[in-house]
Design a protein. Structure first.
Lengths: 178, 351
């Protein structure tokens, strides 16, 4: 049995503390979300600045695209806060109980889901936002039409957030009374 | 990777791409051309242009305005746009933008060399050069007596140097081999530009290779039409065609032996994208060929603006602006010479 061999990978993985996984989940949920948001903002922003030189009227309207990208980072912050409230202390003897392990993995998975869903959502909104700025500068009737696409894009991140929150509800640590 | 340049293109190119699209919005529209066609004098043209992007460039020109001055001022606008983009750009866009001017450099070199051959004054020739194709040592081109001198004394320091490898001979310069030099240089330039665009990958490679292939085919047809009835041998003619494009290689073999316009037409019409161009011309008519090609080119250039995150828009913008300046020159000439009926013959509408 691989488990009995103390130098095997499986052994190592199983004995990583569930707190490591929880902390990684929280870090990923906010870190990767912010990466996605900032990526989107620079894609939108660089096009917006250039397009605004010839058509200054687009700046305040297209701030909406930047705000959509920003929302992605806010999702990450919200989920990270929810996840960290799930963290509870358990006695060191209970640290590797199946329930503790499940809670650790649940927080980890939830962080990954939210982080990466928000990364691609931020990219998607950023690219559409940049097209939105460029087309608005050429023809202002296009703005609302592209904004609708952008709203659908930003809904993608919300899916990740919903699943992430449901997932994190699975995290329950063993009660410390035993 | 195709389609994924959207993620990183804007790091260096986003700002400039948006700027060039802003410039594009300043190109004259069909309504502007309609107004310009109604003009009675060049002063009227100037008045109409004062509401466009050319306004600030024409504002301080004293009346009476000559066509040459009008064109010069409009070219000034193009050059200033170009140098703004060049200074703002980061690699590889800088190299890409520089490539665009090499065509003008070749034209300028040929202009100076031909002019000197016919004993024209160098300063007069320098004024006629396109400002986009100027380089430092251009005035000293006049001293060269043959290709080898031309290369050794002047062109070795310019970006054109690598293109000369094909055409260094010790023959004295005359009209015929200057023209061959122009086409050999242009062939080497197009092939180099094509290779460079291919190496950029993504949408840039896709769009630019189509545009350059069109240009190469256009030149192949032009070389064929212009060399009919001259002493250029078939093999030499074949050597001037660029080694890419839709017509490469099979149609090149056929074009090399063409002796009249209708055979050229027969060869090129086999390629569906070019059918539309020849459909506009009646049989035996070659004068309108250039206009038909210009119209097709403009159509293709405008289509590049439909995609985002690529360099072809810079190329397209500069080409469209040049076309617009040619249009303005034609309109101004027609107005100046009281030939208003012919205005529409030479104008290629852009939008």
């Amino acid at each position: 049995m691989a488990l009995s061999n103390a130098s095997s990978w499986l052994h190592a993985l199983l004995y990583i503390s569930p707190y490591t996984f929880s902390a990684l989940g929280i870090a990923l949920s906010i870190g990767v979300s912010v990466l996605g948001a900032s990526w989107g903002i620079y894609i939108t922003g660089s096009s917006l600045i250039g397009a605004a030189i010839k058509a200054p009227r687009i700046t305040s309207k297209n701030l909406i695209s930047v705000i959509f990208c920003e929302a992605v980072a806010i999702y990450g912050v919200i989920v990270a806060i929810i996840l960290q409230t799930k963290l509870e202390s358990v006695k060191s003897s209970q640290q590797h109980f199946p329930e503790s392990m499940r809670a650790g993995y649940a927080l980890f998975a939830s962080g990954i889901i939210v982080g990466f869903a928000n990364l691609v959502c931020g990219l998607c909104v950023g690219i559409i936002g940049s097209s939105c700025a460029l087309s608005d500068a050429q023809n202002s009737t296009l703005f609302v039409k592209i904004l609708v696409i952008e709203i659908f894009g930003s809904a993608l991140g919300l899916f990740g957030v919903i699943v992430g929150i449901i997932m994190s509800a699975q995290a329950s640590w063993p009660s410390s009374r035993i | 990777m195709y389609g994924f340049e959207a993620m990183t293109f804007n790091v260096h190119g986003g700002f400039l791409e948006a700027i060039v699209r802003g410039y594009r919005a300043g190109l004259l529209t069909a309504a502007d051309y309609n107004n310009l066609c109604q003009c009675e004098t060049i002063e009227d043209i100037k008045m109409h242009l004062s509401a466009t992007d050319y306004g600030p460039y024409l504002a301080n020109e004293p009346s009476p305005l000559r066509t040459a001055t009008l064109v010069e001022r409009c070219t000034q606008k193009l050059v200033e746009d170009y140098s703004f983009m060049l200074t703002q750009s980061a690699e590889p866009l800088t190299t890409f933008l520089e490539y665009i001017t090499y065509g003008h450099m070749i034209d300028n070199v040929v202009l100076i060399v031909t002019g000197t051959l016919h004993e024209r004054d160098v300063h007069e020739l320098l004024e006629k050069c396109h400002p986009l194709g100027m380089f430092d040592s251009i005035a000293s081109l006049a001293v060269a007596q043959n290709m080898r001198d031309l290369y050794r004394l002047v062109l070795v320091d310019t970006p054109l140097a690598p293109y000369f490898s094909e055409c260094i001979t010790t023959e004295d310069l005359d009209d015929m081999n200057i023209e061959i030099m122009r086409n050999t240089l242009y062939k080497a330039y197009l092939e180099d530009f094509y290779k460079f665009c291919k190496s950029l990958g993504g949408a840039t490679a896709e769009l630019m290779s189509e545009l350059l292939a069109f240009e190469a085919d256009w030149r192949a047809v032009n070389i064929t039409v212009n060399s009919m009835g001259t002493e250029l041998t078939r093999d030499d003619r074949r050597k001037l065609y660029s080694n890419f494009g839709l017509l490469f290689p099979y149609a090149h073999e056929e074009l090399a032996v063409c002796e009249d316009f209708d055979t050229v037409r027969g060869v090129v019409e086999k390629y569906p994208p070019y059918q539309a161009i020849f459909a506009k011309l009646s049989f035996g008519e070659s004068q309108m060929l250039d206009k038909a090609f210009f119209e097709e080119e403009v159509k293709r250039l405008i289509l590049t603006f439909e995609q985002q995150f690529h360099f072809a828009v810079f190329f397209a913008y500069i080409r469209l602006r040049e076309q617009e300046i040619r249009n303005l020159m034609w309109i101004a000439e027609c107005v100046a010479q009281n030939q208003k009926g012919r205005i529409l013959d030479g104008v290629v509408m852009i939008f």
